[in-house]
Design a protein around this ligand. Sequence first.
Ligand SMILES: *Cc1c(COP(=O)(O)O)cnc(C)c1O
Length: 391
Amino acid sequence: MLNEVRSQLLEELSEIDKAGTHKSEAKITSMQGAHLTIDGKPFINFCANNYLGLSNHSEIISAVKESLDDRGYGLSSVRFICGTQDIHLELETRLSQFLSQEATILFPSCFDANGAIFDVLMKEQDAIISDELNHASIIDGIRLSKAQRYRYKNRDMADLEAQLIAAKSARRRLIVTDGVFSMDGYLAPLPEICALADKYDALVMVDDSHAVGFMGATGAGTAELLGVTDRVDILSGTLGKALGGASGGYISARKEIVDLLRQKARPYLFSNSVPPSVVIGSLKALELVAKGDELRAKLKQNAALFRELMESAGFTLLTGQHPIIPVMFSSEIEAAAVAKGLHERGIHAVAFSYPVVPLGKARIRIQLSAQHSKSDINQCVQAFTDAYANR
Ligand SMILES: *Cc1c(COP(=O)(O)O)cnc(C)c1O
């Protein structure tokens, strides 16, 4: 059997190679930061979700070091068997306050949070109405539920309305969207989504992984930025991006939803607690976010500066207000050649092409951080110019 399976797998791997979709991983030998070391060489990093620069923040590192003496390394149990540390409850309370939701439940990751919610909340008689570009974890989470499935075109409100009409006879309706679509940096039109939810009597869920910590006046995310905090029923998000970048996810929602998840969510019930050190690090990250006006302003300035310099240099960008900034190219080959040129010039950034993005929409996705200096951004723009000239 083994030999047969091996040759089948090798064939599948070689098909991935042939399709040009093989993914290789940079070997980083430093901390995650605006600057890092890959294979012994220095790079400026423009492809991390380290929006506020908290991934290597000294205050988080000190707090985590201390926590190890106090709380140990691991919990070696799920919460309903051995118990819950007070710090886990504290983090849940803090997240609820921060996000203006009634209650919060932690998961090992946001992937797990999205894997849990639909199965628990949505049954055969119910309908989930999902944006076509939602994150893989939402797509998989919906697959795990027996609810009826409806999909609408990315941010297309006429199509959303059509799907809501089609789902009219369902017992419950739930509209689910990413707050920010990560390949484009586009925001979900939450006010319009909420208005349609009111009109057709639906719940609204937003996965704000690419916004929590830095979008909105206090960093509470896209709902805050777009003024619909009170209307959103369910938020999911990650602790693995702006909020320190380690791991962990959450659902923040109406209390009854969170209570039911604690009883029935399988990735919560049957997977280990978030490690104490990560909980302490996340509490510290939330503290830094609470006094993070300067970091958020710096991030905004950095994104604006990069946009301005790149546009003056003649590059085509997708418009937007998010620190994800896609630089567009006329072909997949061109994008790949420029990405290679960036790498040779010490810029760490990644090209995305079909099938990750639509055919003819190849791009290099740049992600800004509050940790980037003006000089970092200048070097990046210069590298784009030189790499493009020598492509
Ligand atoms: C990154 C991301 C996730 C996954 O978060 P993890 O905590 O790393 O599992 C889920 N949803 C969206 C929209 C994301 O961007």
